[in-house]
Design a protein around this ligand. Structure first.
Ligand SMILES: [Zn+2]
Ligand SMILES: [Zn+2]
Length: 119
């Protein structure tokens, strides 16, 4: 079983170019209001709020939602798939809670076995 070389800690991959290093996610952040603008660091908040529905884009030009960049791995052949590449996707892909984290997110288009979200 081999994992691809994700260059982000979120196991997210661009569905178009398969790149993992040039993904931008639109997040809600606290900014400190200053006389001449805003400062994201001065607020001292580490919070970066985003979810599967947040806008996301890649330097290659692909634009979509975080959901499109999520990846799952086939438990049998170990292949990595983006959310839109799997057969019968979406079992729990959009609404994930602590309890159904163990659920599969789709089926492998190559061997047909279940795929599970990479975190
Ligand atoms: Zn890309
Ligand atoms: Zn497979």
């Amino acid at each position: 079983m081999s994992y691809p070389d994700f260059q982000n800690e979120f196991s997210m991959r661009c569905p178009k170019c398969k790149g993992t290093a040039t993904i931008d996610v639109q997040a809600l952040v606290y900014v400190r209001l200053l006389r001449d603008g805003t400062d994201t660091d001065a607020s001292g908040s580490e919070e970066r709020e985003w979810n599967d529905e947040s806008a996301a884009s890649c330097a290659c030009g692909f634009q979509g939602k975080v959901y499109d960049f999520n990846t799952s791995q086939c438990e049998t052949c170990g292949k990595i798939w983006n959310a839109g590449e799997m057969t019968n996707p979406g079992t729990n892909a959009v609404e994930r809670t602590a309890e159904d984290d163990a659920g599969h997110t789709g089926e492998c288009p190559e061997c047909g076995d279940l795929c599970y979200q990479l975190e």
